[in-house]
Design a binder for this molecule. Structure first.
Ligand SMILES: [Mg+2]
Length: 229
């Protein structure tokens, strides 16, 4: 793995599952919420928490509205216990959320590697939630700008949010790069805006069709430093 040449003047990052481990935190929260729900039942059914978490994500990746239906499916239909699960899940919305181990080192290294290089975030999601997450993770000072889809008015992979990043970063697509875990939103969006993509493929998914393949594929943020450090 060698440095991207010419070295990009603008480096853009996705947030969830690129810089912070949202998937692990969600899994943990779902398990705890369902464990609490089952614990409130007079006769706790023998249901695997991992299975509940997996099915919950399949029904809906976010939110709690489907908890009643899911618990009922497993013989745990009890309004009070479902309500307790929902309440815990909502109240502890950032429980267990952490940056990946080398996220800070990567951000600092990438930022300092090139004089006047700018770095930004483009994240899809609700304005309040995404900003609260960024503050909880204490990474705001590391970025020149942060774009949240709801706040801006359109979401990745729409080219407009990438073009806004180019404007804020005073850069051309040719000298910009986007780093993210999603082929559908991050890599497709970067391509729509004419910029290079670095796909963070932590779970070793197969590479997509050649015509849609991102320019670079890395397994973690340490490899991002090798491309951009
Ligand atoms: Mg992501």
């Amino acid at each position: 793995m060698t440095l991207i040449d010419p070295r990009p003047s603008l480096v853009l990052f996705d947030l969830d599952d690129t810089l912070c481990d949202y998937a692990s935190a969600r899994w943990l929260r779902l398990r705890i919420a369902f464990d609490r729900a089952l614990g409130l039942l007079p006769d706790r059914p023998d249901v695997d928490l991992d299975r509940l978490a997996r099915e919950s994500i399949e029904i809906h990746p976010h939110g709690v509205d489907h908890f009643d239906e899911l618990l009922a499916r497993h013989g745990a239909s009890h309004a009070e216990s479902a309500a307790a699960a929902k309440e815990w899940y909502r109240t502890n919305r950032f429980y267990g959320l952490r940056l990946f181990d080398d996220a800070l080192e990567t951000l600092r290294t990438v930022r300092d590697a090139v004089p006047n290089r700018r770095i930004g975030i483009i994240t899809n999601g609700p304005t309040e939630t995404q900003h609260a997450k960024i503050d909880l993770l204490a990474i705001r000072p590391l970025f020149d700008f942060i774009l949240v889809s709801e706040e801006f008015g359109c979401a990745k992979p729409d080219a407009r949010i990438f073009e806004e990043a180019l404007r804020l970063g005073d850069a051309d697509p040719a000298t910009s790069v986007f780093i993210g875990d999603s082929l559908e939103f991050d890599m497709a969006g970067a391509r729509n805006a004419g910029m290079r993509g670095v796909w963070v493929n932590r779970h070793h998914h197969p590479r997509p069709e050649t015509s849609h393949a991102p320019e670079h594929v890395v397994a973690d943020l340490a490899q991002v430093r090798k491309l951009l450090g």
